[in-house]
Design a protein around this ligand. Sequence first.
Ligand SMILES: [Zn+2]
Length: 368
Amino acid sequence: MQNRALKTLPSVSRCALMKLLSNKPEKAFNLVNNRAGFTECATQCGLVYNQLAQILQDVCCGLWKRRVPGCVHARVRAMKVKVISILEDNYMYLVIEEQSKQALAVDPAVPHRLLEIVKREGLFLVAVLTTHYHWDHARGNEALVNEVPSLKVYGADDRIKGLTDKVTDSQELKFNSINVKCLFTPCHTSGDMCYYVWEDECTDAPAVFTGDTLFIGGCGRFLEGTAEQMHHNLTKVIASLPQETKVFCGHENTIKNLKFALLVEPENEKVKEMLSWARARDDDDKPTVPSTLKEEFDYNPFLRLSEKAVQKFTEKMEPVEVMRVLRKEMDKFKKPKERLPPQAMLALQWGLLMSSKDHLSPAIKDSD
Ligand SMILES: [Zn+2]
């Protein structure tokens, strides 16, 4: 970058710039950035301001190999997350390193659809991050391992199909410039893991893949855990991440969650705003992921346990008790999913319907 930029300068200007850069590169950059002394510098180089600014930015980034404040060229990388809607309301994700085309999949429960996208976009699938063992998150792992034998399948629970590498709390994984920190969040299942992901030399906000632990506007059911655990997961583990972290959850259940949030906090304007936005997204058939942690603190009642309105709704003061009552009320609020007719349940138990499990997914899937 640096050589290319310098070659575009007339030789006299190149000399002047190199001199300035080799002596005081910060000063050279500030000179252009602040416009102080700009006229003198631009005249000396025989260039107009914008051209000079651009070249200096290129040169500074190239020389220092790091972000220069205010320098647009420092955005050398952009972490790309592809959101893929699957099944009834699930999401699977692809985290893509743009330069190498390496990709990580999160909860790829429809493996052939994932592989189609991987092929179409010329990607190399290197790893699978599994948030928990429920089939609507982990059912694709074995098929993917069969198709991509070098594939690493990460997760925290032995019940996860196709698991190759069991991970533990705070363990860090690295895939070229993509970094993953495993955050153990047992409660929805006893082996839930969230994944905090960021990319080196990238100015984009980091991301957290929360599976069925934190949703937009809500949280997962406590199927194998307690209110104490979910309280810890949300207020200690997830809440300690940077506020700008993007939240990618396992299901599109935002509208349902926000309707409940509005019941809890009828006066909360942020809930109302978010609910009307989510409805508009739904009308356009667009996902509501990602949100940011900062936004979740504004409207998600499970992250607002000390708010007066939330305490009033639950008639509790102690945060863990508030959490417990909130989840109980939400369980009642969400209508139970339609069950299969008894004959179909019987056939399922005998294994007669296993091959058409996809079609039965809404009724038999594990509850989020
Ligand atoms: Zn689940």
